[in-house]
Design a protein around this ligand. Structure first.
Ligand code: GAL
Length: 354
C-alpha cells in the first residue's frame, strides 16, 4: 500500500506494474477517482496509439487499480482511430443530465504526422468503458470566436496559403490569418483539456492556429459538440498542455511553452471569468529546476474531494525514446494572493493540505 506520492518515480499500480496513463486526466465519480491516459508501449513507436486509452481507479489517489483499456484503437484501416494514429491527452467528463461519460482527445490521423489536428469523441454508459468512438472533427467550423477582430474575420481559401508551419514559434505568424484559413474547415485542435464548471457547462481548451493561440470553446449541453461560442486566448504565446481549475470563483490555468517532448518553463494565468480577460502570471515553479518545470509538462489539475483548498497539479515526465517509461509528477498547488506556486517535492502526502 502506498501512502505517499513520489513525483518522477516509477508508480506501480496494485499489480506492481508502472501506471500507463500518460497525458492523462482524472474524473471523480461516486467516491472513486478514475485516471484516464494514453497507453504507451516500449520504444519510440510507443508514442503512437497502438492500444488506446487506459483507465485506472483509486479511492485514495495513491493506490491505483488497473481497469484495462477504456477506448481501444480500431483494427479497421478506414477508422479515424485505426491502430497507429495518435491519441493524446484524453479527458473524460460525466454529463449529469444524460448520464453519459464523454471522452475527448487530440487525434492525429495515421500517417499524417501532426497535420490533422482534430478532436475525437467517444462515449460510454459506464465510467471505465468500453467507450464507443463517435467521430472526429475540427472544432468550430464556420464560426468566428467572440473576441475576433474585424481584420481577423476574413475567410481565406486554405489552398491559397502555400507555406507550411511546423507547430512551433515563428516570427512571421502575423502574415497569415490562420483563423481565417481554418474558418470553413474548423479550427485546429491539438493539446487539450476539458473543464466542467459549477453550473454544469463544459469547456474544451485546445491549442489552435498552429499551436500559436489557445481556444476556449463551450460545449453543447450533452458535451458532444462545441456549441459555437469560443474565444482566442494567449495569442501567439504557443501555450500547450492546458490545465485549469476553479477556486473561490477564480479560474487558474497552467500550461507550457511549445517544445515537443522536451520540458520547458511552465506558464500560469488567472481570470475571473472563463471568457477572460486572462492575466498571465509567469512561471509558477519555485526552486531548482524551475526553468524546465522540474522535467515535467502539465496535463491536469485535480481538486481533491473532501479537503479544503486542495488542488493537485499533474505533470508528465515524457520519455520519448521509450514512451512506456514516462513518469508522473503530481505536486500540490500553493496559492498566493495573486496566483499559485509549485515546489518540487520528492515525496509528499495529502496531509500537506490539512
Ligand atoms: C508536446 C505535446 C504532447 C505531444 C508532443 C509531441 O508539445 O504537449 O502532447 O503532442 O508535443 O511532440
Amino acid at each position: 500500500m502506498l501512502t505517499s506520492f513520489y513525483p518522477g518515480a516509477l508508480w506501480p499500480d496494485t499489480n506492481g506494474t508502472h501506471i500507463n496513463a500518460h497525458g492523462g486526466g482524472l474524473l471523480y465519480h461516486e467516491g472513486t477517482y478514475y485516471w484516464f491516459g494514453e497507453h504507451k508501449i516500449e520504444g519510440r513507436a510507443g508514442n503512437k496509439a497502438l492500444v488506446g486509452v487506459h483507465c485506472y481507479a483509486s479511492r485514495d489517489l495513491y493506490n491505483w487499480e488497473d481497469q484495462g483499456i477504456a477506448l481501444h484503437v480500431s483494427d479497421d484501416p478506414q477508422s479515424d482511430i485505426t491502430r497507429g494514429c495518435v491519441i493524446e491527452r484524453p479527458k473524460v467528463i460525466h454529463n449529469a443530465t444524460t448520464g453519459t461519460f464523454v471522452m475527448w482527445f487530440h487525434l492525429e490521423l495515421k500517417g499524417q504526422g501532426y497535420r490533422a489536428a482534430r478532436s475525437g469523441i467517444a462515449v460510454s454508459d459506464r465510467v471505465t468503458g468500453p467507450y464507443t468512438f463517435l467521430r472526429s472533427f475540427r472544432p468550430n467550423a464556420g464560426v468566428w470566436p467572440v473576441n475576433a477582430t474585424p481584420a481577423q474575420k476574413v475567410a481565406i481559401d486554405p489552398a491559397s496559403i502555400e507555406r507550411e508551419f511546423n507547430g512551433s514559434f515563428t516570427e512571421d505568424i502575423d502574415q497569415v490569418n490562420l483563423l481565417g484559413r481554418d474558418f470553413a474547415g474548423g479550427q485546429m485542435a491539438r493539446d487539450m483539456t476539458l473543464f466542467v464548471d459549477d453550473d454544469g457547462r463544459a469547456y474544451h481548451l485546445h491549442a489552435s492556429e498552429e499551436n500559436s493561440t489557445l481556444h476556449i470553446s463551450q460545449l453543447t449541453e450533452d458535451y458532444l459538440a462545441p456549441v459555437g461560442k469560443y474565444i482566442r486566448v494567449f495569442p501567439k504565446r504557443y501555450m500547450e498542455a492546458p490545465a485549469i481549475c476553479k477556486r473561490k470563483g477564480r479560474y487558474y490555468f497552467i500550461g507550457s511553452d511549445c517544445t515537443g517532448w522536451a520540458p520547458n518553463a511552465a506558464r500560469s494565468a488567472v481570470a475571473d471569468s472563463i471568457w477572460g480577460p486572462w492575466t498571465e502570471l509567469g512561471n509558477p515553479c519555485v526552486g531548482e529546476g524551475r526553468d524546465t518545470t522540474f522535467g515535467g509538462q502539465s496535463t491536469f489539475i485535480l481538486p481533491v474531494v473532501g479537503k479544503r483548498d486542495a488542488y493537485i497539479a499533474m505533470f508528465d515526465l515524457w520519455r520519448p525514446e521509450n514512451a512506456i517509461d514516462g513518469r508522473y509528477m503530481w505536486l500540490p498547488m500553493r496559492f498566493t494572493d495573486v496566483g499559485f506556486e509549485l515546489h518540487y517535492l520528492p515525496e509528499w502526502d495529502l496531509g500537506i493540505f490539512d
